[in-house]
Design a protein. Structure first.
Length: 259
């Protein structure tokens, strides 16, 4: 059985990736990360504007497969390699010209927590549960948690979640800013269509560049951010979409963007 289910909308605008090791709570192993990497490369060559990641069965993901690490005979080497594979996948998703949506439909623990945070838009179902979990296994965090978590919820709350390691339900996750909304899994198709509709009203590269500005802004000074924004809006205005968007605004009509 494939460790990843990939479904694509007929027009190619949406790709849904479902982690598919329900018997292992969708824990990452090398084959799953390899499939995720291949999926990312395929998406990069496609017209997809929206990528949705969720999990099959009762969990989003339990993170790295510690049973496989133990069975390898060298857990240190196994987990070091697995973490680097995982990080390569996360970097590849971050570089896509598409919006990433993560939908936590059950437990998101360890690397599963990290993958959930990688979404530009992050949602939870009423069954979602979040936990850092690494310390309980005597391990340190990976998957960009030490970088993303303080930026999403502030250093104080990040310290609490990592040091106290509580179980976080969907309502608390929403209050903290870990997720943007809570809705039943059955609402996902309608939510995806609503997001796609909002993306169609915007120039594709404008969305991509705004996504990049947000990602880079956390490590820039105000002056650096202002300069990056000035250069980016200059580039955007010089594109066909920029010209069409300005005309449409002045003519009080909906823009007809390319792509």
């Amino acid at each position: 059985m494939s460790t990843l289910q990939t479904r694509q909308a007929l027009d190619g605008s949406l790709v849904r990736l479902t982690l598919n090791r329900p018997d292992r709570l969708n824990a990452f192993d090398a084959p799953m990360l390899r499939e995720l990497g291949e999926a990312s490369r395929s998406i990069a060559e496609s017209k997809a504007r929206l990528v949705v990641i969720d999990g099959s069965g009762k969990a989003f993901s339990a993170g790295g497969d510690l049973a496989a690490a133990s069975a390898s005979g060298n857990a240190s080497s196994y987990l070091g390699t697995l973490a680097r594979q995982f990080h390569a996948v996360l970097e590849s998703f971050a570089s896509l010209e598409a919006v990433i949506v993560t939908v936590v439909n059950g437990a998101a623990v360890g690397g599963g927590f990290a993958l959930a945070l990688a979404g530009d838009l992050r949602y939870a179902t009423p069954d979602a549960r979040f936990r850092i979990g690494y310390g309980r296994a005597g391990l340190t965090v990976d998957g960009g948690i030490s970088w993303r978590l303080p930026r999403l919820i502030g250093l104080a709350q990040a310290q609490r979640l990592i040091i106290e390691d509580p179980d976080v339900g969907p309502e608390e996750a929403l209050a903290l800013g870990l997720v943007h909304d809570i809705f039943p899994a059955s609402d996902l198709p309608a939510r995806c269509e609503a997001i796609l509709e909002s993306l169609r009203r915007q120039g594709r590269m404008a969305v991509v560049r705004n996504r990049s500005l947000l990602a880079a802004g956390a490590s820039r000074s105000l002056r650096e951010s202002l300069e990056a924004e000035a250069e980016t809006i200059r580039l955007s205005a010089g594109t066909a979409d920029g010209a069409e968007g300005i005309r449409a605004f002045l003519e009080k009509r909906a823009a007809k963007f390319q792509g």
